[in-house]
Structures are given as structure tokens and as C-alpha cells.
Design a protein around this ligand. Structure first.
Ligand code: ZN
Ligand code: ZN
Length: 187
């Protein structure tokens, strides 16, 4: 069975080098749907609590929210950083608090201090699915990701990686010692 949850992300991007309106910087509300598959955990009668899927995903994905997402070779990148630098907000601002841990993968690097994500490939809906899977595949047993942004949508299915040992009392994944990090249950 699957537990399914959605998150939304507000972001700005452009398709550098694309011959269409999307070559200009613009913004979207993107809706990301994550489907997590496993057996039903009999103790709580769930695959996985959806709020926990959201929490795990949001920890990383909040770096994309209210962010500018640019490809690594986009000349807007040095221009944007120049403006942020001159304005004194490149290395952070007191009200920029919704920051996840900085990450760097093959496909994307997050700079939470200035709400920027630099990508290897153009950040299309397809590109976002690749980035998100790469960031979350070891944390959640993701079998499908759907991402919609304006009239664009893409989805991809993935092979289940494994089954997770989950707490029979609150449903979240047990740590490597068989202990629930939330309620303290021991296997
Ligand atoms: Zn767009
Ligand atoms: Zn628990």
C-alpha cells in the first residue's frame, strides 16, 4: 500500500537558452506529490504517517521554497549574487529563517543563506523530480514522485528500495538500534 502526501513550493526560475517565454525569470507554485510504499504497519494501520513524510521531505525541500533556482552556467547567477552582495544579504538576513541544511548532490547545490539553488540541468518539472528523488531516496521508500508547476506536470515511478522497520505506536522509522526517535519505543 502507499501513503501519499503533497507539499507546495514557491520558487523563481528560468530556462536558460530556451526559445520561449520561460527564458525570462518567472515564478511558480509547484506542487510535489510523494508516494511512499511499504507494508501496512499493523500497530498504527498506516504505511507511514503523512505528516512525517512531509517533515522529512520539508527539511531538505524548504531550501527550494522562496528560492531562486538557476542553472550553473546561467549568467543571471553572478548577476544575482552581485546584487545580494552589494545589498548585504548574500550571506544571510535576520528574517531569512526558513533554512534547511545546505546540500550538494550531483544535480543541485543549495545555498540557504541567500535562498538560492544552483542546478546542473535546467529546472523543469522533470528535472525537479530527479533532484528530489536523489535527495530523499535514502530517507523515504519513495515509489512515485509527481511535480506540477503551472500547466506543466511530470511524474516518475521508482522501484521500492526496501521495507522500513517502523514504530508500532507512532508509525515512524526506528533508528539503527531499533528505538523510536519520537516516542522511545524499543523493539
Ligand atoms: Zn517556469
Ligand atoms: Zn514511536
Amino acid at each position: 500500500m502507499r501513503s501519499i502526501t503533497t507539499l507546495d513550493l514557491q520558487y523563481a526560475h528560468r530556462f536558460y537558452g530556451f526559445k520561449g517565454e520561460a527564458q525570462y525569470l518567472h515564478g511558480h507554485t509547484g506542487i510535489l506529490t510523494l508516494e511512499v510504499e511499504d507494508t501496512v504497519n499493523a500497530g498504527v494501520n498506516m504505511v507511514f504517517p503523512c505528516n512525517e513524510i512531509q517533515k522529512t521531505a520539508w527539511e531538505v525541500l524548504k531550501n527550494f521554497d522562496h528560492a531562486t533556482i538557476l542553472r550553473e552556467d546561467d549568467p543571471l547567477l553572478p548577476a544575482l549574487l552581485g546584487v545580494y552582495e552589494a545589498q548585504g544579504i548574500k550571506d544571510g538576513a535576520p528574517n531569512n529563517t526558513m533554512k534547511g541544511p545546505a546540500f550538494k548532490t550531483e544535480l543541485a547545490t543549495a545555498y540557504p543563506e541567500c535562498r538560492l539553488v544552483v542546478t546542473k540541468e535546467t529546472m523543469t518539472v522533470e528535472g525537479m523530480i530527479k533532484i528530489v528523488y536523489d535527495l530523499l531516496k535514502d530517507k523515504l521508500n519513495i515509489v512515485k514522485i509527481t511535480f506540477t508547476s503551472g500547466v506543466n506536470a511530470a511524474s516518475e515511478e521508482f522501484k521500492p528500495q526496501r521495507t522500513m522497520e517502523r514504530c508500532p505506536l507512532c508509525g515512524i522509522a526506528l533508528d539503527e538500534n531499533g528505538v523510536c526517535p519520537k516516542c522511545g519505543y524499543r523493539k
